[in-house]
Design a protein. Structure first.
Length: 533
């Protein structure tokens, strides 16, 4: 068939591909299981199309691949090693995103090992597109969602006002008088931004024009997705006055999402029409975004018939690159399942024994709902509200993990609090002087607002004798301590106080620092330190 002209895979090639598929499935089983779960949600449902797009883009290069020789190269080994290192970083650090990137590097490394540099350059773009199949890291997702909600709310309210409707907006709430529309995470437009940028990337790839024109087409996708989502919100508001609550659910809600993409294509077509008429008119060397130009006369025609006809299937299977890469992957699988890198380290004392009177502060403990306990997967915890003699309160929360694994690790407030609607107005780091006169405690600090409420929070991560404040530090030291100490236990400590109307930020700051100085010495008796006793 002409559709498959230029594509020829030997029986040995199919056998090697099957071996790799099985081993990769075994090594990355938990990551693939989590990936399937995320693809099944609405935010990442578009990811189901990415593998087919990647396969089509590779198939589209079949003629060029047929002309280029397959030259197994050890250059791909470097990428394979990077991928395996990232696997251990994600596996021991308890981070799925790192495992996804690891899988990407491993696949590229394996392909490079077997087909060589020239063919790899020819299909580089499909591997770039492959990155779109992996969900965003949680902290990126949270920040982008918050930003997109605010922008979409502002533009949506402006469009409704332009249509003559009375609108009052507060944060992500649009008040129409007869109803209130809340732009929640699901309506932030994030589920449109990544697919729209992917569409823009593909259009730029196929567009015949100079590289700056391709870049302009790709960059158009971001403001276009935000604008179209804002229009969808405004359209929902207009429709609400006619059909009622059904405008925000069911058929109308699904139709408006479909409309976002349908309305975007004429904009892309118009953009291409304009760019075609701008200089330089001659596409020249920028005829493709990442296409590799292959001169048919400069490349020796190579077909299966003149590629060592006498080489047996067994000989091809014994290719050194295949043996080495399979050995590395099998060893990775064996060590990851046969060696326990984490011992379970319980709290020094259970948190139900934590004192409810600390200095002048008197507390009342609270219970977390079971659905949140199950989601957070901690080993022990405490939530308590402490009140000082002046009647001002501080909320105290500690979550302890006796060992951290993928899906069972510390969640940073930097990700969780914005996701629950809090707007971080001012975030950074401060150092709290302790009572012993010389030492101090580094903490992350954030000032937050939500629906007229103002709060100030400190949080930090006690980790096996260290006090960390950044999530990346947490992951790196968890990885290192798993290798060197077989320990991944740790905790999150968070203290929050309201900023009362009758006081300023300085008062709230002093209150949090005073409480922190009192609570830290008590906390040290509950969380295991550097040396286990």
């Amino acid at each position: 068939m002409k559709a498959f002209e230029g594509i020829s895979i030997s029986p040995a090639g199919w056998m090697k591909a099957t071996c790799y598929a099985v081993v990769l499935f075994l090594v990355y089983y938990t990551a693939l299981k989590e990936l399937y779960s995320q693809w099944s949600g609405e935010e990442y449902s578009y990811c189901w199309f990415i593998p087919f797009i990647v396969l089509y883009l590779i198939w589209e290069k079949r003629a060029e691949l047929g002309r280029l020789p397959s030259s197994p190269s050890w250059q791909g080994l470097a990428l394979l090693c990077i991928g395996i290192f990232l696997f251990w970083l994600g596996e021991l650090g308890g981070e799925y995103t790192t495992l996804y990137v690891s899988l990407w590097f491993v696949i590229i490394g394996i392909v490079w090992l077997h087909i060589g540099r020239d063919k790899m350059k020819s299909i580089a773009f499909p591997f770039v597109v492959m990155l779109a199949m992996f969900p965003l890291p949680t902290f990126v997702y949270t920040r982008v969602t918050l930003w997109a909600k605010m922008v979409s709310s502002q533009l949506g309210a402006w469009m409704l006002q332009a249509a003559g409707m009375p609108v009052y907006r507060e944060g992500n709430i649009i008040d129409l008088g007869f109803t209130r529309l809340q732009v929640v995470d699901a309506c932030s437009g994030l589920r449109y931004i990544v697919p729209m940028m992917l569409i823009g990337l593909l259009i730029a790839y196929w567009f015949k024009g100079h590289i700056w024109k391709k870049t302009a087409l790709f960059l158009l996708s971001l403001p276009l997705s935000i604008f179209m989502n804002s229009f969808r919100i405004a359209f929902t508001g207009m429709l609400y006055s006619i059909v009622g609550p059904a405008a925000a659910e069911g058929f109308f809600h699904g139709f408006s999402g479909w409309l976002v993409f349908m309305a975007a294509f004429p904009v892309f077509l118009a953009g291409m029409w304009v760019l075609k008429r701008l200089p330089p008119r001659d596409a020249g060397s920028g005829d493709a975004l990442v296409h590799v130009r292959a001169d048919a006369g400069a490349v020796e025609s190579v077909t299966p018939e003149n590629q060592d006809k006498e080489a047996s299937t067994v000989k091809r299977l014994l290719l050194p690159q295949f043996i080495v890469s399979m050995a590395m992957l099998l060893l990775t699988f064996g060590f990851s399942h046969g060696v326990e890198f984490r011992q379970k380290v319980p709290v020094s004392k259970p948190f139900n024994e934590f004192p409810m009177e600390v200095g002048e502060w008197k507390g009342t403990s609270e219970q977390m709902e079971s659905q949140f306990r199950n989601a957070l997967n901690f080993s022990d915890y405490i939530i308590a509200n402490y009140r000082n003699p002046q009647g001002k309160t501080v909320n105290f929360y500690v979550a302890y993990y006796q060992d951290q694994r993928k899906g069972e690790s510390i969640h940073s407030p930097e990700s969780c609090l914005p996701g629950s609607g809090w707007d971080f107005k001012d975030a950074g780091a401060v150092t709290v002087p302790l009572n012993d006169g010389g030492s101090s405690l580094p903490v992350s600090r954030a000032y937050m607002e939500k629906a007229g409420m103002r709060e100030l929070t400190y949080y930090w991560f006690p980790q096996r004798g260290r006090t960390l404040t950044k999530l990346y530090e947490l992951k790196l030291f968890t990885f290192w301590d798993a290798l060197t100490k077989q320990r991944t236990d740790g905790a999150l400590v968070r203290v929050i106080t309201p900023v009362y109307d009758s006081e300023g930020m300085k008062d709230a700051e002093e209150r949090l620092q005073s409480f922190t100085r009192k609570i830290v010495p008590v906390l040290e008796g509950f969380i295991p330190g550097k040396d286990l006793r």
